[in-house]
Design a protein around this ligand. Structure first.
Ligand code: SF4
Length: 429
């Protein structure tokens, strides 16, 4: 085990043994101090991993330190708005993912069950709800969610709001099904009203200058992300443990900050350097597009792929789906960003986005991890598989759970993966 892994393992055990908000705050205060953070950063094998870890710790520390206005936010919201309003975002689904990698999910899920959260609810939310019940997560001041793609956030966030007596500070942003002028207006006015209400409740004035700044930083992050993802169209050598699925927090939660710019800039330079090193056409691998998310506990899926010369060259979650934002029209721009998400509206939007990724990354096959409880993603799986078959692209659906290893049969998953690779290999013989 390397230094970074040792450090992480030690932290994990300490948190497991002292599972409460104050202890987590104490740990974050220690590792969040500049010299410790710099030393910690130096232990990472790749530059992008270092930037990711440091920015994530800084963000979570700000949410825990008790000095900032904390807003729970669901995935896919326009976080530029949070940063412009001076809100410290805390993303329960993402942090639910961390409960899996910290080995806490058994406890948080058990707690959620004891509080009658239904087992057919996605474990990102169930685990996050367990963490809220256990008083592990920071206390929010506001809770903002949307009905985009996820049917779970609106319910769990409201229960969280009730726990803290914050029903008046709970906002559900309603995302229209169609992407047209009327929808942009309707959504932009909701974003503006929510912003104005939050300002009023926090005793601040709505500062459009801050919105413009956040939008410009978001555009800068987007440009670097596009450049980095362009490199990936040819790249076959990656830094150790690189996965686009590790960057969800900065890709969404830090959009509109300098940290997101720095992270995606560092990914671009790191990957571009490797591309230059890649001799001729690089190693012979089969290219995979990964749909939805991955398991966040220890598993052998990616080792098995690597051992058989398969490589995930792109992930659906990394797709930059929105156009450049207009700083002069912040609310309209953010509304367009939300409406551009391929998970919104007809499943055809998602199918079109996937077909584009298949073409751009010239993949040999597609794997979808069908996470238990995600009705939206799994509901479209069969249609996606049928369309890909028409385009002669094999697709494998792996049924499992991203957080609860007890709800995933690793043996079955690996057997199916092996069978899929045999099918793809046979196409080249
Ligand atoms: S996996 Fe699906 S149900 Fe779970 S948080 Fe994500 S979108 Fe919501």
């Amino acid at each position: 085990m390397g230094i970074a892994e040792n450090l992480k393992e030690n932290l994990k055990i300490k948190i497991q043994n002292n599972l409460n908000r104050n202890y987590i705050r104490k740990i974050l205060n220690i590792i969040g101090k500049k010299p410790v953070l710099a030393a910690y950063g130096a232990t990472f094998a790749s530059r992008s991993d270092k930037y990711l870890n440091i920015a994530s710790i800084k963000s979570v520390r700000r949410a825990y330190n008790g000095k900032n206005i904390v807003a729970y936010g669901s995935l896919f919201l326009p976080y530029e708005m949070f940063h412009a309003l001076g809100l410290e975002p805390f993303m329960p689904e993402i942090m639910g993912g961390f409960t899996g990698s910290l080995g806490l999910a058994d406890k948080t899920l058990k707690t959620a069950s004891s509080k009658w959260y239904t087992p057919d609810l996605c474990t990102f939310h169930r685990s996050a709800s367990g963490a809220v019940e256990l008083d592990i997560f920071p206390i929010p001041n506001f809770l903002i969610c949307s009905n985009l793609a996820c049917d779970a956030a609106q319910k769990t966030f409201y229960i969280d709001a009730k726990k803290y007596g914050l029903e008046d500070n709970f906002y559900l942003i309603d995302i229209p099904y169609e992407k047209d002028e009327l929808s942009v207006k309707y959504l932009a006015s909701q974003l503006e009203e929510v912003s104005a209400d939050i300002c009023r409740k926090s005793g601040k004035k709505l500062d459009i200058g801050k919105f413009k700044k956040a939008i410009m930083l978001s555009n800068e992050f987007r440009r670097w992300a596009l450049k980095a993802w362009d490199v990936r169209k040819e790249l076959l050598i990656y830094p150790k443990n690189f996965s686009g699925m590790n960057y969800i927090l900065p890709f969404h939660g830090l959009a509109g900050t300098k940290d997101a710019v720095d992270i995606f800039k560092s990914i671009y330079f790191e990957l571009n350097k490797l591309l230059k090193k890649q001799k001729n056409d690089g190693p012979k691998v089969k290219k995979i597009l990964w749909l939805h998310l991955k398991p966040y506990y220890n598993n052998s899926i990616f080792d098995l792929l690597e051992k058989n010369n398969y490589m995930v060259v792109f992930e659906e979650i990394s797709h930059v789906y929105w156009p450049e934002l207009d700083p002069e029209k912040p609310f309209e721009s953010l509304a367009i960003k939300l409406l551009s998400n391929p998970l919104n509206g007809s499943v055809q939007n998602r199918v079109n986005a996937i077909l584009k990724m298949v073409k751009d990354y010239n993949v040999d096959g597609v794997i979808m991890f069908a996470h238990w409880g995600c009705r939206h993603s799994n509901g479209g799986a069969r249609i996606i598989k049928d369309v890909l078959r028409e385009h002669d692209i094999p697709m494998l659906m792996l049924d499992g759970d991203c957080l609860n290893k007890n709800n995933s049969s690793e043996g079955q998953i690996l057997t199916r993966l092996q069978g899929f690779m045999e099918i793809v290999d046979a196409r080249y013989q």
